[in-house]
Ligand binder design. Structure first.
Ligand code: UDP
Length: 315
């Protein structure tokens, strides 16, 4: 049994991760400032699970040994990290990473950074490989997240080189599944909820931009495999599902699955919205034996009932 600390543990990925770590018999300490996370996604506190409301922009301390830290804290939806939350997003990425790296250093813990496919910006080649340097607009509306996560990666590798901190970095591609907030703003919950309500499905741009959607169970298994990998596997390693789909195709698929009468409408595309996103998972496969097992079709079948139940007030 290990003691794991999960920052951003009340968020979509964080809550799934806390539950999976508990399932595997570990002790979990979850910290979250609840700015975008939802405490209702978390299990009750007991001898195995503890929750602290805390903003990682400020140093965190706890007594007792921490084996592993999963640093997930950060708003991840463009709707949440842009606009009024942009400065706080950079702060969370950079100061949060710094505080948690110093914590890891003090405790001798292994620390994993949830980085993102956004470090690739507007990709110059597809699929995106870890060696790609990225093509990010440093002054655009997505920069707080993209550059914040890039700076966090550089801090991780500087701690590794300068202080010998045990670091691991995964670059997560689009993930979806139950427990993503209905108001999250990301495309999968938006389209499902619009389809369930019979509202217009809002495709931004002409819908020809692509994403590759990974079901949350697969993403979580990739993250945990990375943490459990040999210490020389520092990453960065892409985690995602290479099944690429255009946003217009996704809209049609969801309308069909929900058997909705919704119509597709086209809305202006946000600035710097990447035109393609597809992971090369060769490294994840070679180093972690990672292979996503849930197709988009199956994953949507597992996700849609969650939103049906939310509408019924069951969830
Ligand atoms: N998108 C859309 N309609 C929506 C929400 C998103 O067409 O209601 C598009 C968005 O412009 C992007 C893609 O879906 O091209 C994925 O967006 P999301 O916010 O889920 O994540 P991103 O990959 O952009 O961080």
């Amino acid at each position: 049994m290990k003691t794991c600390l999960v920052t951003g543990g009340a968020g979509f990925l964080g809550a799934h991760l806390c539950r999976e770590l508990l399932e595997r018999g570990h002790k979990v300490i979850c910290i979250d400032d609840l700015s975008t996370g939802n405490i209702r996604n978390l299990p009750e506190s007991d001898g195995f699970f503890q929750f602290f409301r805390h903003d990682i922009c400020f140093p965190f301390e706890t007594s007792g040994h921490i084996d592993e830290i999963y640093n997930l804290a950060c708003p991840a939806s463009p709707l949440n990290y842009q606009g009024k939350n942009a400065i706080q997003t950079t702060r969370t990425c950079v100061l949060g990473a710094l505080n948690m790296l110093e914590f890891a250093q003090r405790h001798g813990s292994t620390i994993l950074q949830a980085s993102t496919s956004e470090v690739y910006g507007e990709p110059l080649t597809s699929p995106q490989r870890e060696a790609d340097r990225g093509n990010v607009n440093p002054i655009g509306i997505r920069a707080c997240y993209d550059e914040g996560k890039r700076c966090a990666e550089s801090l991780f590798f500087d701690f590794y080189r300068e202080k010998g901190t045990k670091v691991k970095v995964v670059r997560l591609f689009n993930t979806y599944g139950p427990m993503m907030s209905i108001n999250d703003g990301r495309v999968v919950p938006n389209f499902i909820c619009q389809a369930l309500r019979g509202e217009d499905i809002t495709v931004y741009g002409d819908g020809s931009q692509t994403r590759s959607f990974c079901f949350v169970r697969d993403t979580i298994s990739g993250i945990i495999s990375m943490m459990e990998s040999d210490s020389y596997v520092t990453g960065p390693v892409n985690i995602g599902n290479p099944e690429e789909i255009t946003i217009l195709e996704l809209a049609k698929t969801i309308i069909e699955k929900v058997r909705s009468s919704s119509k597709i409408v086209f809305r202006p595309i946000p600035d710097d919205d990447p035109t393609r996103r597809v992971p090369d998972i060769g490294k994840a496969s070679a180093f972690l034996g990672f292979k996503p097992t849930t197709s988009l079709d199956e994953g949507l079948e597992l996700t849609i009932p969650y939103y049906i139940n939310l509408r019924r007030g069951v969830q």
